[in-house]
Design a protein around this ligand. Structure first.
Ligand code: NDP
Ligand code: BG6
Length: 513
């Protein structure tokens, strides 16, 4: 299914039964799903994974029988785990009265098992514990590897050898980062594939679970008005902008090894470009969509250092408040040249996009938090209204903005006659603001992705050939930056970022939106 978030509990169970080749006649109530969060003591588990599972449960999307088990090295009892996660559970979807009851019901199904990530013995004990909860039902097992990447292969090995399901499917969600470059990514893939088949591996990129990213294909392929314009013929440039108004606080250790290009561009932004630019897929089936994504990513030219600008935020004081610089973080080396900001011009060498710059920009500690796709269209040829547009002719081209977050929206900037006598034009917007149009709260990306993994829907997960193609675009640039020890341009915390990004845009005749 392509719209799993609207699946009912029965439908999910039906999908699970079928995906596993289990005859539907075995009855959904005879099966159960055990979800093990490996690294359950960590930040992501607490902030995202447990709350997403609760939201799914609350909304009736989880199967009738399920268990959630936290696994990590820290010593914790079931009760301690429940206490730790309960503060982050919210009844976001429908604030009805039974919220507290539902939370209690959910927490009763959450357990904890302490163990090492490389211990077959500890995973075998986990296996016994899961079996106890599964009570002889057909048991499907989902493992979520929410641990640092150096532990991925060990955990996949022990999970698959000592705790995989003997009666149902076993699937493993793997968090990013999937390597640091082509070689390390290939190594990780081959490490995982020693113990898992590709169709058991769910590489997560949570941006693919975001509502407006998921909507890109709907916008393009179900509206006649957009698709004919979707090429070099009518589009001047495309901008994919990611900005956060906070720094790497608390994650400096991880971040310094990766940097913004690996943390945001190689995955989240590239995935957006792929969905934006791919050819129409044969169908919405996972393999058809992913085939098209791989195709377009393979047509992208590897990024060059000449078409890239990098920056790093520095400390800034305002009204007596001090905002720390990146290297002020005690877990970051004082002489670090890791970029916390990058802008790059990407080109797709195919018939549809030849010559159109796709400008990506990603930065931490900037003025605002936003993720947007901005599509700037060409000038109207022989525009009859040149004079009425005054000196603002350049701004007078149409622009489509897809605001992924916050305040999800899609709007189109058009030229319009200012009402009244005379003929003066101004810029107006046709506006679809989600909060005004839809009353239901938008589910978190992790909800959609967890539900898909349970249902065996792989469309929104990254296939290994997609990953290889993605690294091919970024690896030469990353190596070049490292070899040349390129110093990032410093920008103050809370600013608009380094001016280098503007020079880069100007070089390609683009103005950032
Ligand atoms: P944490 O650093 O909190 O690690 C999770 C758990 O792994 C810890 O609680 C710890 O558990 C164990 N752990 C930590 N360091 C090590 C180590 N060196 N060796 C073995 N075990 C270790 O990570 P997050 O929860 O923040 O992230 C989990 C995964 O998700 C990572 O791969 C991260 O890159 C990715 N991710 C995180 C995001 C976030 O917002 N946090 C966003 C996107 C991706 P214990 O000591 O109890 O075993
Ligand atoms: C993660 C990055 O993948 O995405 C973080 O590792 C970043 O550095 C985060 O903050 C942003 O996600 P979101 O959903 O808050 O935009």
């Amino acid at each position: 299914s392509s719209s799993n978030t609207s699946l009912t509990l029965d439908q999910v169970e039906f999908v699970i039964a079928n995906a596993n080749g289990v005859a539907a006649t075995t009855g959904a109530s005879h099966s159960t799903v055990s979800i093990t969060i490996v690294g359950a003591s960590g930040d992501l588990a607490k902030k995202k994974i447990f709350p997403a599972l609760f939201a799914l449960f609350y909304d009736g999307h989880l199967p009738q029988h399920f268990t959630v088990c936290g696994y990590a090295r820290s010593k914790m009892t079931d009760e301690e785990l429940r206490l730790k996660i309960s503060g982050n559970l919210t009844c976001r979807i429908d604030r009805s009265e039974n919220c507290g009851d539902k939370m209690e019901e959910f927490l009763k199904r959450c357990f904890y098992h302490p163990g090492q990530y490389d211990s077959l013995e500890n995973f075998a004990q986990l296996n016994e514990k899961l079996k106890g909860h599964e009570q002889g039902r057909i048991a499907h097992r989902l493992f979520y590897l929410s641990v640092p990447p150096n532990v991925f292969v060990d955990a996949a090995k022990c999970g698959s050898l000592a705790a995989s399901s003997s009666t149902g499917w076993t699937r493993v969600i793997v968090e990013k980062p999937f390597g640091r470059d082509s070689e390390s990514s290939a190594q990780l893939t081959s490490g995982l594939k020693q113990y898992l088949n590709e169709d058991q591996i769910y590489r997560i990129d949570h941006y693919l679970g975001k509502e407006l990213v998921e909507n890109l294909s709907v916008l393009r392929f179900s509206n006649l008005v957009f698709e004919p314009l979707w090429s070099r013929k009518y589009i001047r440039n495309v901008q994919i902008i990611f900005a956060e108004d906070f720094g790497t606080e608390g994650r400096g250790g991880y971040f310094d090894r990766y940097g913004i290009i690996r943390d945001i561009m190689q995955n989240h932004l590239l995935q957006i470009v792929a969905l934006f630019a791919m050819e129409p897929p044969v169908s919405l089936d996972a393999e058809d969509v992913r085939n098209e994504k791989v195709k377009v990513v393979r047509s992208m030219r590897p990024l060059s250092i000449e078409d890239t600008a990098v920056g790093q935020y520095k400390g800034y004081s305002k009204d007596g408040v001090r905002f720390p610089g990146y290297t002020d973080d005690s877990t970051v080396p004082k002489n670090s040249i890791t970029p916390t900001f990058a802008a790059a011009a990407l080109f797709i060498d195919n018939a549809r996009w030849d010559g159109v710059p796709f400008l990506m920009k990603a930065g931490k500690a900037l003025q605002t938090r936003r993720t947007e796709i901005r599509v700037q269209f060409r000038h109207v040829p022989g525009n009859l209204f040149k004079r009425n547009l005054g000196t603002e002719l350049d701004k007078a081209t149409n622009e489509l903005v897809i605001r992924v977050q916050p305040d999800e929206a899609i709007y189109l900037k058009i030229n319009n006659k200012v009402p009244g006598l005379g003929m003066r034009l101004d810029r107006s917007t046709l506006d679809l603001l989600y909060a005004d149009r839809y009353s239901k709260e938008i589910p978190d990306a992790y909800e959609r992705l967890l539900l898909d993994a349970i249902a065996g829907e792989r469309r929104l997960f990254i296939r290994s050939d997609e990953l290889d193609a993605a690294w091919k675009i970024f690896t030469p640039l990353l190596k070049d930056l490292e070899r040349k020890k390129t110093a990032p341009e410093l920008y103050p915390y809370g600013s608009r970022g380094p001016v280098g990004a503007h020079y880069l845009a100007a070089k390609h005749n683009v103005k950032w939106g």
